[in-house]
Write a new protein. Structure first.
Length: 74
């Protein structure tokens, strides 16, 4: 089974949060447990893991479900 653990680094306070990536959806809104600020993915990314984690989300290759909005801007 794939390793779903990822380290999400908050761009505001630098806090490293260890999270488990869901495989059935993408996390587009994430609240930093340290500073409570809301993280959102960068424009070209499908989820906060792609933008702020040390690795992109597992579904980045088959991310059509969550990439529909982004693709309309491409
Ligand atoms: Zn933070």
């Amino acid at each position: 089974m794939a390793n779903l653990n990822a380290t999400l680094t908050c761009p505001h306070c630098g806090h490293d949060a260890h999270e488990v990536m869901p495989t059935d959806r993408c996390i587009v809104v994430y609240e930093c447990p340290a500073c409570a600020r809301t993280l959102r993915p960068k424009t070209s990314d499908c989820c906060v893991f792609c933008s702020y984690a040390h690795r992109p989300c597992l579904s980045v290759a088959n991310c059509q479900s969550c990439g529909e909005d982004a693709s309309t801007n491409a």
